[in-house]
Design a protein around this ligand. Structure first.
Ligand code: UDP
Length: 389
């Protein structure tokens, strides 16, 4: 099977990491077409996955923008569609991984008569998309032969917005357990490194809460900072991730919040890192704090695979990943006090929280195993190709 994968982003977000794991199994005769240079194409090259940069100027349309902004980028869109149409004639199907890739892929699929598959990594709701963008996504996705939704929550929102349910299959992101397993034993080693900063006095021993996400208002780093006020002084927060889509105002807001609350000695920013499993293994708890429904929440599964306890905001896909009290904890989105309560419970009862993390690790290894998930995707794609030709 020859597949032309399409993704708009040069940045390395969750959707791109997921695509790399899927594309790897088809690497000998497939291509990932990306609309911008950056960390994502570099990541693909390192893994020997064929990649082609399809435009030297990224499309400007934002998730919340309307039709006018879309029309303004038409001068870039048309050559891109023409290029993808030509390219796709060498492939059996077009696999769009993001919404701008869906726009380009859907039109190219009509012109080249190749079937279209859309991997839905988003919650198509007013909290995440403008009305115009929701209409565009639904209209084009309804032309796809297959829509792969990354959670029940993504599928439900898609259908609520008018998406056809008969072609949607829910497939969770897959992970290689061995990428996350071997670091737990080296926890103390990584921890020393993690806490080696003059601001952090590790006495009494710090209780480290890690937050792994791009810095963005709806990812809710401010909720964790807020929660620190209701926790003892030895509870510190590590913020891992960068403002990938230019949310510099939010970063400034976080610095201001830390200053106002006198928490400079209890919060550390790490920026974007590629050693996530090592960092997670060194944390006492991983906190996920999205204030809007999370489509999937890779970091939740990653924490589970690392054997680190995890607390997440109970909305969207995140609520499907955690069995509250059994494999982690769920708190109401945006509620700093409730988050602090869970942090304090985890600190007070470390053996119970360890049992929970071990249970989560066993379950996550089975439920999100990349090999099984890739087989499932392969069989869905084969079905599309068989029906079409
Ligand atoms: N991530 C990373 N380095 C960072 C911060 C995050 O590699 O500094 C990874 C993280 O491990 C996860 C992905 O980025 O695999 C984020 O995926 P998620 O589904 O949590 O959120 P998204 O970015 O897709 O909204």
């Amino acid at each position: 099977m020859k597949i032309l994968f399409l993704d708009q982003s040069g940045k390395l977000g969750g959707a791109e990491l997921c695509l790399a794991d899927i594309a790897q199994q088809f690497q000998s005769n497939s291509l990932v077409g990306v609309f911008a240079e950056g960390a994502f194409p570099d990541y693909l090259r390192k893994r020997h996955i064929p990649v082609k940069i399809l435009t030297d100027q990224p499309l400007q349309v934002q998730k919340a923008s309307g039709l006018l902004a879309g029309l303004k980028s038409l001068n870039r869109l048309i050559p891109l569609i023409t290029q993808v149409t030509h390219l796709s004639k060498q492939y059996d199907l077009i696999y769009a991984n993001t919404q701008k890739a869906l726009v380009v892929g859907a039109i190219a699929s009509i012109l080249s008569r190749r079937p279209l598959v859309y991997h839905l990594h988003d919650i198509v709701s007013p909290e995440h998309f403008s009305a115009t963008n929701r209409r565009i996504i639904i209209t084009l996705a309804n032309r796809a032969a297959l829509v792969i939704a990354n959670s029940q929550a993504s599928r439900d929102a898609f259908m609520k917005a008018g998406g056809r349910g008969d072609r949607v299959h829910v497939v969770y992101n897959g992970f290689r357990p061995e990428d996350y397993g071997p670091y737990v034993d080296k926890r103390e080693y990584f921890r020393k490194d993690l806490l080696s900063t003059p601001q952090i006095v590790d006495q009494p021993p710090s209780f480290v809460v890690g937050h792994f996400s791009r810095l963005s208002p709806w990812k809710g780093q401010h909720v964790l900072i807020d929660a620190l006020q209701y926790c003892p002084d030895n509870v510190i927060a590590l913020l891992v991730g960068d403002a990938l889509f230019g949310e510099q105002d939010y970063v400034q807001q976080l610095y201001q919040q830390i200053k106002t609350l006198n928490l400079e000695h209890r919060v550390r920013f790490f920026g974007f890192r590629s050693d996530i499993p090592q960092l997670m293994a060194a944390c006492d708890l991983v906190a996920h704090t999205s204030t809007a429904p999370e489509p999937f929440g890779r970091v939740i599964v990653e924490a589970m695979l690392c054997g680190t306890p995890v607390v997440a905001a109970a909305a969207g896909g995140a609520a499907e990943l955690i069995d509250h009290g059994q494999t982690g904890w769920l708190t109401p989105p945006g509620n700093a006090q409730k988050l602090a309560d869970i942090i304090n419970i985890c600190q007070s009862y470390p053996s119970q929280s360890k049992v929970c993390a071990q249970q989560a690790q066993i379950q996550a290894r089975q439920r999100f195993d990349l090999e099984g998930i890739n087989l499932n995707i392969k069989s869905l794609l084969s079905g599309v190709v068989k029906t079409h030709y």
